[in-house]
Design a protein around this ligand. Sequence first.
Ligand SMILES: C[S@@+](CC[C@H](N)C(=O)[O-])C[C@H]1O[C@@H](n2cnc3c(N)ncnc32)[C@H](O)[C@@H]1O
Length: 428
Amino acid sequence: MATGQEVRQAAWSVLGAVLQEHRLLAEVLADSAGALAPLSPPERARAQRLALATLRQMQRADRLLGPHLRRMPPAPVMNALRLALVEIHAEGAPAHGAVNAAVTLLRRDKATGRYAGLANAVLRKAGQAPGWDTLPPQSLPGWLRKPLITAWGKASVTAIEAIQAAAPPLDLTPKDPAQAAALAEALGAEALPTGSLRLSAPGQVSALTGYSEGAWWVQDAAAALPALLLAPQPGEHVADLCAAPGGKTLQLAAAGARVEAVDISAARMARVTENLARCGLTARTHVADALSWQPQAPLDAVLLDAPCSATGTIRRHPDLPFVKDGTELDTLVALQARLIDRALTLLRPGGRLVFCTCSLLPEEGEAQITAALARHPGLAVLPAEAPGIAPDWRSSEGGLRIRPDHWADRGGIDGFYMAVLARAAPVP
Ligand SMILES: C[S@@+](CC[C@H](N)C(=O)[O-])C[C@H]1O[C@@H](n2cnc3c(N)ncnc32)[C@H](O)[C@@H]1O
């Protein structure tokens, strides 16, 4: 059993990996030789939560630290100070315990030991500063903020930043939509208008009612919509290109479709297989490049959840702004267009394609659809219909644009873009 100090030590080292080494949190957490590896599952969860909260609220901590620091100490020292302030101000930890813990962290490490006295003095003052919740929420990095202001306006970007400051709720997709109300009751969850279930303080996911029976899976309410728009009919032959970790594959299989799940990553595809097994669902899995994978016969429908900047998921992945700098964007946009073109070749005449990305950038959403329509005469946008769609999600070219500040009073939603396309049927 690790002590609170070891949990903090692990969170501190996660912060270093993200902020100094620019490693994605998912990669750091999956590292079997990493700082979290020796911890028990609840301790890992606590360390992870602390690191996530610190990444979400770093700028607030820095604002409180600024007046007490004549010069910026080395990055690991700053991270220990931020961690302690987030514990005190955002997590409600007793100040003396969090301050002592930060001082111990720094003292234990040769490289930071000489800053222990400074940390003690600074944290005693900044730990008592009032008004944490009134400090502005952390702003998005410039490379993302500017285009988002151009696309959605300053007020929307400020609202997105406010949502990103808080830990997001946990959304679940029920395997059987008819069981949603009963499951909501058993879990104490809110039944959302789109059919997802929402828990604001979920605790350990695997301990929740229905987990071991596979009655639901974790999936943001926005991420559950593309499969609802595709609306596969029982027995339809459909492909989920870019399928892992498999939330949409599970939805398609649960609707009774014959599903081909395709993903280029074998490691990620293993998670699809695990998720299918837990939920008692079946799909054929293919570790393959969607640009060259070929089904045996033309398909009724394809779901393409293309690789993207993932800028709609920053509230769940607050490490992204510190690891990414937007330089991959052009490559991703070009890949998305090639994947759309490829997906269209897999459809029978009249077949449907749902294109989606968890991006907030129009280049990875609206503009992809406009460009695809220009490239493919006869391609059409079908109405995007599913329960609970709010009128302000509809975009002019016929897709849905969902931003994290939508449903702000319910705790927000991941940013997503999605549209349904249909390949022209032959003239009879
Ligand atoms: C946004 S994630 C998909 C999430 C998934 N649809 C879900 O709902 O759980 C994008 C996925 O695309 C996969 N990918 C990236 N390039 C690919 C390609 N050329 N062919 C197939 N899969 C690809 C990645 O491995 C990653 O798993």
